[in-house]
Design a binder for this molecule. Structure first.
Ligand SMILES: [Zn+2]
Length: 311
């Protein structure tokens, strides 16, 4: 999952190699496991493997006991945070980076050259690998999440049973962040819906501008406030280039102010990654001649403006 996500966030569509440092992969691990160190349905923490808890889970539990549930608060103590990432990276180097391509007792190096040392600092994805991860990201994410959820369910049957909340718990959007940004975004937008520019009532929604179904992007600059009806009409679609222009302009003009507000509220943000992910999403839609959402039931094709907007 980390290799697929980092191909979107750091790679491009040229088909070239992609170098990935262990620390970058470790940061993705934190992102995936942070929510999973919470007690499931307020009961207990789910087991992730058959032996001792994975190193990442134990480390994140410790971090959580120090900083509470806010990952952004943990981020802010930079020295401590780098230390945690360093420890997780050491584990990533010693285990998954070495063994990911061992299949049924055989070594099958199809993604990158097997690391020459026991604890490689980085890996280099073969030409074409990042391209394929980008092109088939949705498929890879679905396969990984289905296998992961199945495994966690098997390990925790007494706690989970047949509860249908597991997938949402493991991979769903963090509702907390959505609630936190309501006020600030409403103020920034002068209480006007981001999409139709008409006044909003109290029943407003926070929409993931790049749809959550396309990419699990819970970073602050991806959020906009909108009417519930507009949000429901947009569904899992990409917004049209007209909306994209407004979103880019907003992040250019108010991105810094929003960033300090997100820090204050404990909402994660990284405007560079957010733009790169948006670029990937629009590029994929453009390749497949996909339609984008304009208003109510109106869908429009991309005209190519997205690429200069997101350059
Ligand atoms: Zn609206």
């Amino acid at each position: 999952m980390a290799l697929a996500d980092l191909s979107v966030e750091c790679g491009d569509d040229s088909g070239s190699c992609l170098e990935l440092e262990a620390e970058r992969i470790a940061e993705k691990f934190v992102e995936y496991y942070w929510r999973q160190t919470l007690p499931f349905l307020g009961r207990e923490t789910l087991r992730q493997n058959t032996g001792k808890p994975p190193v990442v889970v134990s480390l994140l539990r410790k971090t959580r006991s120090k900083y509470g549930d806010s990952l952004s608060a943990a981020h802010r103590d930079q020295a401590d945070w780098r230390n945690v990432i360093g420890k997780i990276a050491a584990n990533v180097r010693a285990m998954p980076m070495r063994y990911l391509q061992n299949v049924g007792g055989d070594r099958l190096p199809f993604l990158y050259d097997p690391p020459p040392s026991r604890a490689p600092r980085k890996i280099v994805l073969y030409p074409g690998v990042a391209f394929c991860f980008r092109r088939f990201h949705g498929l890879v994410a679905e396969l990984v999440q289905a296998a992961w959820a199945k495994w966690v369910r098997q390990q925790n049957l007494p706690i989970i049973g047949e509860s249908s909340d597991l997938h949402e718990f493991l991979f769903g959007a963090k509702r907390g962040a959505l609630l936190l940004v309501k006020g600030p975004l409403r103020d920034l937008q002068d209480n006007l819906c981001f999409y139709c520019q008409k006044p909003m009532s109290n029943q407003l929604d926070i929409d993931h501008f790049v749809p959550w179904a396309l990419y699990s992007l819970d970073l602050g600059h991806n959020f906009v406030a909108a009417h519930r009806e507009c949000n429901l009409a947009k569904r899992d679609r990409l917004a049209s280039e007209e909306h994209l222009e407004v979103w880019v302009e907003r992040n250019n003009r108010f991105g810094k102010g929003l960033a300090s507000e997100f820090d204050r509220l404990g909402v994660l943000h990284d405007v560079t990654s957010t733009i790169r992910i948006a670029h990937w999403a629009y590029s994929a839609a453009s390749v497949s001649a996909g339609l984008t959402w304009q208003t109510k039931q109106t869908l429009v094709p991309l005209r190519g403006k997205w690429s200069s907007l997101l350059a």
